[in-house]
Write a new protein. Sequence first.
Length: 323
Amino acid sequence: MYEQNPNYTILVNWGVGKQNPRGFGCPKACGYCNWRGWGGLPYQAQSSQQVAAFIASCRKSTVSISGGAEPLYRLNENLPKLLAMIGVIRDHGLRTRVVTREVQHVAKFDRIVDRFSISLDADVLAELPRYQHKWTGMDVEYSLVLPPLPTEQLQTLMPQYTALHRRLGRRLVLRENLNSLYAADFSRLSAGHRGIVFVPKSLCLAGRYLATQEWHGHEILLDHQKLFEHLMQDPRIHIFGGAVKHMLSATVHRHRSCGYRCHRLALITGTVRLSVQGNFARDDKLSALLPGQVQPSREINPSCPAQDERRSKAIHPFCAVRH
């Protein structure tokens, strides 16, 4: 279903004003963010021609404008670019959905943006009472990324999500965490009503994205659960560090608190011991540490692991998905 009618998302990054036009235009530093530091993000608005060409094949009713960075960041400076983008979407007969945390600006887009999705954190929750009364008649939902925990432990959190939904009074969207080592079984997480909606990571991986160019989700997003499943099944590989702590006790050793940079993997190939360390989702390159020297590895795509025999034998199990 997702492959036939994928979601279409425009990834924006307005930069950080004239003093840092190539910066990351978002005031937050979310632990699950897949975009900060990614070289594929734009540093200015995509052209109307790019947007029109991108959404021409969209078979859904709605196109999202999202991070990337924050779509409503420095709104006084970036409003004309955002309105131009929304205008192109409307001209194609499609609805616009904006994903944001800048709740102070939401009411300004009444009858302009068709739906807002408010990404929640503690700061946003504290600010909501100041602005929610201004959203009467607007289509506003709230969203959270699920913590990287097994389904059994996510089940114990459902009463909290149910209470949060009642408090918010609008639809709550719970998104599967791409950085989790565990696949979520949503059939065991049902809230029993449509007020809480679950979004599987497969929807993101099958989606279409416009950044500096068009991408399929699986080209720019890494499913950590699939990666570690592959690594665990290879008898040549030994995993230790933060990832192992997390797998032994996911609640005590949260994946992000351990730090992806704490991961260590060792691959034994014949008489050569190859160690690899790093953040698989966010480092543009992996480092191959060979005895007596440090050599940077070449980026590889797991869908075509045998591009050359030497690379296939040496670093086939390790992948950097950003090109």
